[in-house]
Write a protein of this length. Structure first.
Length: 131
């Protein structure tokens, strides 16, 4: 499970919450008003070497996570898109069961994200004004 901020506003306040269920980075919550994120861990050896995002993608029950607010025009790359292989670029997305999925929502599918270094299939989603 992976997540990358592509185009986002800077300086956003991201409230924290405790996970009540197991979660992953890039998972939309509250209908897509927020996306789950966690900071990289800089403890131990990571204080010397840059930690990899892949090391902090799962969020255990009781662990704190950031609720990153989403705004129109922002773009993200995430693994949390249901049936992404069958979607066409520009397809409307909604949020259901903690994933982006085909539907009449305020998100748009942007295709496959190819710049990722870990060989994980990620998909671009963009928040749009619902038509």
């Amino acid at each position: 499970k992976m997540f990358v901020n592509l185009i986002v506003m800077s300086g956003k306040h991201a409230p924290q919450a405790k996970a009540e269920v197991e979660m992953v980075r890039g998972q939309p919550v509250e209908g897509g008003a927020f996306i789950v994120n966690v900071p990289k861990n800089y403890d131990g050896v990571n204080a010397i070497f840059e930690p990899k995002a892949v090391e902090s993608d799962k969020i255990a029950v009781g662990e704190l996570y950031n609720m990153e607010p989403t705004f129109v025009g922002e773009r993200y790359a995430t693994t949390e898109v249901a049936d992404a292989e069958g979607l066409e670029d520009g397809a409307a997305l909604t949020v259901t069961n903690g994933k982006f999925a085909a539907g009449d929502g305020e998100w748009k599918f942007g295709g496959k994200y190819t710049a990722h270094a870990y060989g994980v299939d990620m998909w671009i989603v963009e928040k749009v004004v619902k038509a």
